[in-house]
Design a protein around this ligand. Structure first.
Ligand code: ADP
Ligand code: MG
Length: 802
């Protein structure tokens, strides 16, 4: 009563505990006419400054620096910007670990009114401690500021109504499904509400109760209704008053939204301030990040959608910084724990090699070669990821690296995921060195004119006879072998390389980390080049593969024929088969990829067998068909692939599980069944298996039952031939989860951050590098907490990978 001026007058006369110097100063700063005499902008400014002080006084609830956090999280609160720069009292900064007996690490039951059953329900969500609860974030908010009367509900939109329950009962909907049907009303009308399968709700909604309902409005028999909305009994609840934005948490059976909300609130009130903030103060200050307690509060009970968004960005940044620190530390550890041999190829030798090729390198190949040469010339072991679309010519680049190793008196190793690919690399490299295989000397060595000494190349794979294998292993151990090519068994086996200079890993980027660990365990620290044709969008490259330097071949050799890509509908299948037949009649070969079966590899294999039998019996009974899938033992699988490579099969039926990474120049058709179920990147990989020879090739995308959306997605395949652009489209259209099908090994799961937070990822990367430069072991007191967080994260990931 009497407005703010009267209030302030009373306040300053009382002995209120908050009437400290800041408040007193704020009150004194008012002009003679008091608050009422300020213009509206002045009022706002004055109040905001005051609020910022109050925020800070209440135990660290305010922005850490009271400065507008514009760098990472643009502030909608000019509040802070106006505030004078203050430092928080030491007492507030020092985290209080315990409140009474309870601490952050206490079980959730340390909070009021948590029963054993509630505790076990939380456990199912992975929430065990108070700390877990504070980091169990809402996935969205109900906006109770935006409540609509029933009469104004719009069909098709998410909305919230406040209403009284008229009736609620269990009901049978349709023929079999049971659920709850309720009729609710407000002064403007009534609404039918349905929950499928949730009969217990009927017992909760007593008639006369006040409820808030949030959900989508649909029309059923001409009447508007809400289906399975979020609901909240309002009887004794103060939610509407506590905030206009009410958090919605993921729940588990028997855990009620209101219980989680109440407990989250309580946890925030009692414990948020004791959460240790791992962010180094300097960083927080410079990037104007919110203090962790304040971000936590705004994450659970935001003042507005903007503050919720900002809180998310602050927390996401912290998460990403932890990942980046881990990734960069791992890289540094690899680089520092061992010395590699410096490798170099003389200009004459390089020119000699290049002029022996039937083609000239593309600009991109040259650039990548230079990047590699700069790395391997040093003692710091290289960790480089070489990305390049299928057919972009990565092998030649790798070969130059291997030659540099040989020229420097070292050994080179090249590993492929399967034996047949290892064989293929062996042939390719022999051909590259032997000028078509004509200059083979005794003992499998080549004497290319540009190399000083003969180069001995061996293929080491599991299917070799025991004696042969032992002989090769011994030759490697004696240092007589210059280049060894094989599967990853090459490194995991007993083979000892006395002078390993460079390891090239083809198409196994996911295991790169493990292989490196295996090498390190043997006391080796060679340079490492990991090659992949799987396009990795930049954000992933920075996170998942963040400890590798990246080289990109973004240019295809000229003169390549474009693989014609054609979409086919179910009724065109016969025509497609006819076309396959025509090509086979011309002596060409076809791959047929079976539809993706999600359930299990066993089921996928069964489906592939059925498809194969159907094709072999009913469609191509006169042709030679082969089959490969994940359940076929690898020796048999390789035999089948070899038969296809050698032209003894016309058609190879395969599941997607099998990496058909072989180079068969005579194959001209890639027929993908159920194409709508694959991601664009994967389709592009399939497509890359054809068009490798002189013949015009085709990729036929046979869709089962394509929706409009799927058709549009598939049509991108007809226009985009760049794997990287397709990958980005894929990531955009389907999100990272779908993009990779399954979770990536070694990928930290992101709780708050998203892979689309590109700016945050890059920022975190830069800041992590900066921190590590200043304090490599993160040993300074202000880095201790974040260091601990980093080690926790990597312990978890390492446990997962190994
Ligand atoms: P990928 O990057 O998929 O491993 P490869 O290294 O197997 O590609 O190269 C695919 C084919 O292209 C090979 O036959 C190779 O000899 C050829 N090739 C590589 N570089 C060039 C180039 N600059 N110009 C023409 N052909 C090239
Ligand atoms: Mg390759």
């Amino acid at each position: 009563m009497g407005g703010l001026d009267t209030y302030l007058q009373r306040f300053s006369q009382s002995q209120a505990p908050l009437s400290d110097q800041h408040l007193a100063a704020a009150i004194r700063s008012l002009p003679g006419g008091g608050y009422a005499s300020l213009p509206s902008s002045g009022r706002r400014r004055w109040l905001e400054e005051l609020l910022a002080v109050v925020d800070d006084r209440s135990a660290g609830a305010g922005p850490s620096s009271g400065v507008k956090p514009e760098t990472v999280a643009p502030s909608p609160r000019p509040a802070a910007s106006a505030a004078k720069k203050r430092t928080r009292p030491a007492a507030a900064r020092q985290a209080v670990q315990t409140v009474g007996q309870a601490s952050l690490d206490s079980p959730v039951s340390a909070l009021k009114g948590v029963s054993r059953t509630t505790l076990s329900r939380f456990a199912r969500l992975g929430v065990h401690t108070v700390h877990d609860l504070l980091f169990h974030f809402p996935y969205r908010y109900n906006d109770f500021a935006n409540i609509r009367p029933i009469s104004q509900l719009v069909v098709g939109e998410e909305q919230t109504v406040l209403a009284t329950v008229w009736s609620a009962a269990e009901t049978t909907i349709g023929r079999r499904s049971k659920g709850t049907e309720a009729i609710v009303g407000d002064e403007t009308g009534k609404l039918r509400v349905i929950w499928w399968g949730q009969r217990y709700i009927a017992r909760q909604l007593r008639s006369g109760a006040q409820v808030a309902l949030s959900g989508k409005v649909s029309v059923y028999r001409g009447q508007r209704q809400m289906e399975s909305p979020e609901y909240e009994l309002l009887a004794s609840d103060d939610l509407i008053h506590t905030g206009r934005l009410v958090p919605v948490y993921s729940l588990t059976k028997g855990l009620w939204p209101r219980v989680v909300r109440r407990l989250a609130r309580e946890a925030l009130d009692s414990f948020a301030d004791s959460v240790p903030d791992p962010m180094p103060p300097e960083l927080k200050e410079r990037l104007r990040l919110w203090s962790l307690p304040y971000a936590l509060r705004q994450m659970h009970y935001p003042d507005s959608m903007e503050t919720a968004q900002m809180a998310r960005r602050c927390l996401a940044f912290q998460e990403l910084l932890t990942i980046q620190l881990g990734v960069l530390k791992r890289r540094r550890a690899w680089q520092e724990s061992g010395r590699a041999y410096p490798l170099a190829l003389s200009q004459e030798a390089l020119d000699g090699f290049l002029s022996s090729l039937a083609f000239t390198l593309t600009q991109a190949q040259r650039r990548v070669m230079d990047e590699m040469a700069a790395d391997i010339g040093r003692e710091v072991p290289m960790s480089r990821l070489l990305q390049g679309d299928v057919g972009s010519g990565k092998t030649v680049v790798a070969t130059v690296g291997l030659l540099a190793a040989v020229a420097s008196g070292c050994q080179g190793a090249m590993m492929a995921p399967t034996e047949i690919l290892a064989e293929q690399h062996y042939r390719t490299i022999c051909a590259l060195l032997g000028d078509g295989g004509e200059r083979i000397l005794d003992g499998g060595a080549f004497q290319p004119p540009y190399m000083e000494k003969p180069v001995r190349v061996v293929l080491l794979i599991g299917s070799l006879r025991g004696k042969e294998k032992a002989a090769i292993q011994e030759a490697i151990a004696r240092g007589e072998v210059d280049i060894a090519i094989g599967t990853h068994a090459l490194i995991q086996s007993e083979v000892a390389f006395p002078r390993l200079g460079l390891v090239v890993v083809d198409e196994q980027h996911r295991f790169g980390v493990m292989q490196r660990a295996a090498l390190r365990a043997k006391g080796l620290s060679p340079h490492m080049l990991v090659m992949t044709a799987t396009p990795i969008p930049r954000t992933l490259a920075l996170t998942v593969y963040g400890d590798l330097d990246i080289s990109l071949i973004d240019e295809m050799p000229s003169g390549r024929k474009v693989v014609k890509t054609i979409r086919a509908l179910p009724h065109e299948r016969d025509e497609v088969y006819g076309f396959v037949r025509e090509e086979v009649a011309k002596g060409r070969q076809t791959y047929i990829i079976c539809p993706l079966v999600e359930e299990s590899e066993a089921i996928a294999a069964k489906a592939a067998v059925q498809e194969y039998e159907h094709l072999a019996r009913d469609v191509f009974s006169d042709l030679r068909l082969g089959l490969v899938h994940g359940r076929v033992p690898s020796a048999e699988r390789e035999a089948e692939m070899r038969a296809f490579r050698d032209g003894n099969l016309d058609i190879l039926v395969s599941t997607a599980v099998v990496e058909v990474g072989i180079d068969v120049a005579n194959a001209t058709i890639m027929l993908v069944e159920g194409a709508d179920r694959f991601g664009l990147s994967q389709l592009h990989q399939f497509r890359g298996r054809v068009g490798r020879g002189e013949h015009q090739s085709y990729c036929i995308l046979q869709a089962d039952n394509p929706s409009q959306e799927a058709q549009e997605r598939l049509s991108l395949m007809e226009t985009i031939y760049d794997g990287f652009r397709l990958a980005e489209e894929d990531l955009r259209l389907r999100g990272p989860g779908e993009y990779f099908g399954t979770r990536q090994t070694g990928m930290p799961d992101l709780k708050v951050a998203r892979l689309s937070d590109i700016d945050l990822i890059e920022r975190a990367r830069a800041e992590a590098a900066r921190l590590l430069k200043a304090d490599p072991p993160l040993a300074l007191p202000e880095h201790r907490l974040i260091e601990r967080q980093v080690s926790h994260l990597w312990e978890r990931i390492t446990a997962e990978v190994s």
